[in-house]
Design a protein around this ligand. Structure first.
Ligand code: 5RP
Length: 265
């Protein structure tokens, strides 16, 4: 691995081998989604506790101070919307030249295994990896799943994650699922977990993050269950102790409750 690539990976994955990426890219197909209507306001209090921000160029330029030194993972796929025909029909939206100009640590793109656009999205990944490798910029592949497929099935997520790694992704983002160790075992590059839609209790999030870490994930790329929570700073701090201090779900819950109670006073 070249020095630039190694250096960028070291910015993203902390000395303990773990990471907490904060995705705020959802607007690229969801528009001003709940609690991310004004991204700058959402990001600002959370940034100190994130190891990297996953974001599009538009929101990066408009809503993040360039004096920020947290690593940036640039979302470079898109071209579809929630109200359009098919979310899977994404293309590459941002050039590698632009990623370099923005001084990013990595780029990220979605693949859509099992959909009508599987082929295109996998070739997009391959092309992006070719470009990224030229300049020492790692690619994070985001595994998204087709509507027709069971969203959290280990066999399917293992398949999608392995394909992403085979095509050259340096990091793979997927969903936590039962038997998550099968996903990690079959993926020869580091795996991070997304959160998915906002769930009912904080404990559910702490439990799956903890379980995934025990089963070999290196961290999370987890958005809505942090910034859609009523106490997002408490939430990110609680997730952080699971990832970086091996805290149990119960300990994370206690930390969340104590910060929440203090904030609510
Ligand atoms: C959606 C994404 C997100 O980065 C990913 O889904 C993680 O966010 P969340 O935890 O909210 O699911 O790729 O554009």
């Amino acid at each position: 691995m070249d020095w630039g690539m190694k250096n960028r990976m070291a910015q993203l994955i902390q000395a303990d081998g773990h990471c907490l990426f904060l995705p705020v890219d959802h607007g690229y197909f969801q528009g001003p989604t709940r609690k991310l209507e004004e991204p700058g306001k959402t990001i600002e209090p959370l940034l100190p506790y994130a190891d990297a921000l996953f974001i599009t160029r538009g929101v990066l330029r408009s809503s993040v101070d360039p004096a920020n030194t947290k690593p940036i993972i640039l979302r470079v796929s898109g071209g579809t919307s929630m109200v359009g025909k098919d979310l899977a029909n994404e293309g590459i939206t941002t050039s590698m030249e632009e990623a370099i100009r923005l001084n990013v640590a990595a780029v990220g793109l979605s693949i859509f295994v099992g959909t009508d656009y599987e082929h295109e999205s996998l070739l997009n990944l391959s092309k992006l990896v070719d470009e990224g490798e030229k300049y020492g910029i790692p690619v994070m592949a985001v595994t998204a799943v087709g509507r027709e497929l069971e969203k959290r099935d280990a066999r399917f997520l293992a398949l999608a994650s392995r394909i992403a790694a085979e095509l050259g992704a340096r990091v793979v983002k997927t969903y936590w699922c039962q038997d998550f160790e099968k996903v990690v075992r079959g993926c020869p590059v580091p795996v991070v977990m997304a959160g998915g839609p906002h769930v009912d209790t904080e404990l559910e999030v702490f439990e799956f993050v903890y379980d995934g870490m025990q089963k070999g994930a290196i961290g999370v790329n987890l958005g809505r269950n942090i910034w859609q929570n009523d106490f997002p700073v408490a939430m990110i701090k609680a997730i952080r102790v699971i990832i970086h201090q091996d805290a149990s779900p119960k300990e994370a819950q206690e930390l969340y409750d104590s910060i929440k109670n203090e904030e609510a006073r």
